[in-house]
Structure formats: C-alpha cells, structure tokens
Design a protein around this ligand. Sequence first.
Ligand code: G3P
Length: 220
Amino acid sequence: MKFFIDSADVGEIKTWAATGLIDGVTTNPSLIAKSGRKFTDAIAEICDLVDGPVSAEVTATDVEGMIAEGRALAKIAENVAVKVPLTWAGLRACKTLTEEDTMVNVTLCFSANQALLAAKAGATFISPFIGRLDDVGEDGMALIRDIRAIYDNYMGLETEILAASIRHPMHVTEAAKAGADVATLPPNVFKQLIEHPLTEKGLAAFLADWAKTGQTVPRK
Ligand code: G3P
C-alpha cells in the first residue's frame, strides 16, 4: 500500500518525507487555506520534497475553467496530480487532462457508481472519503470494498483507489485489507501507525537489561 500525506503544511510534509515511507501528498482547498500559503508556491515546494504524486485541486466548477486551471497546475511540476471534484464537469475535465498525460485525482467520491464513472473517465486516482461517510452513519469501508470488487471485474480499469478522509489507524488497516492502493493520511494518523505500548515497554526492558551487562554493540 502506498502512503500519501494529507496536508499542505510543508514543515510537516518534510518531517514525514524524511522517513522514506511517503509516496505522495494530497492537498485540498481547505488544507491550503489552513496553511496560509500561496497555493502555487506551496504546491511547488511540496513537489520538490516528494517524488510521488502531489494532488492540487482546481476550484473552477465549469469544464473549461477546470481544464485551464488543471493545465496551469500541471505546469508547476511533473509530479502534480490535478484534483477535480466528482461532477459531470469534473469527469469531462478528467478525460481531457488524462488524454494530455496529466495525472488526475477525482475527489469527493461517496458511491461506487461515482467511482465507476471516474475510472471510465480515465482517472489516475479515485478518492472515496471514508471518514465523512462514517460521520453520516454510512459504512465508509464498505465503499472501498465495493470499488475494489468492481474495478477488479474489469481489466481495462486502471484507476488506483486512494482511501481519503482517514481519521484513525484502524481505517488504515481496514483500507489495506480491502485492497485500497493508496491511503492518504493526516500527519497525526501517520505518526500513530507505529505506536504500540508493548513495543515501548519491550524496548525499555531490553535496554535496561543491556545496561546491566556494561557492554556496547560494536559500530565497525
Ligand atoms: O484530502 C481529502 C480528505 O482526506 C479530507 O479528509 O478529514 O476533511 O474528511 P476530512
């Protein structure tokens, strides 16, 4: 499974990219607003920090506007993935941009039929929002499973399932079990993935016993 960081905070992205375990970044207009940065500057900096896809979202709602914004965003760096909403205009923009060899992330997906449409439009990524479905009493993970089952029925559909709106580590485990290709994680959730009290307790016990030996492990 690929891990993307869901953030527009360059400092946080730099910190987690240093682990060597980050395969890309997703941003959205809310995250850009939170960062307080100029959109294009933030995207350019993030694209320099990671080799993988960096999603940058259009804000036009008409096809022509989305295509124009998408083309401009794609010029920022080779690893920009233009993010478009799951509307008819978004799907038409997706098709055009994909034909121009631009990566496209179709976002705000809340149903399997929407995901099927996005794949037919040639999307590089489809972003089902797990947490927001859970928030309204639906089963976000069931959507990931449905999309996986549908995409696997058709050889020609190469769209990657990017599990988004992830709120806690169990979402990551469940999305991986369901066969999501990518999970985009808020930095706090990525940090939580490694945490386990028995790991910390076990390490403390090993180090305490080791200290009693008075030995050091050779470094060369
Ligand atoms: O990037 C889109 C997505 O991950 C949003 O998450 O927590 O605002 O529903 P959230």
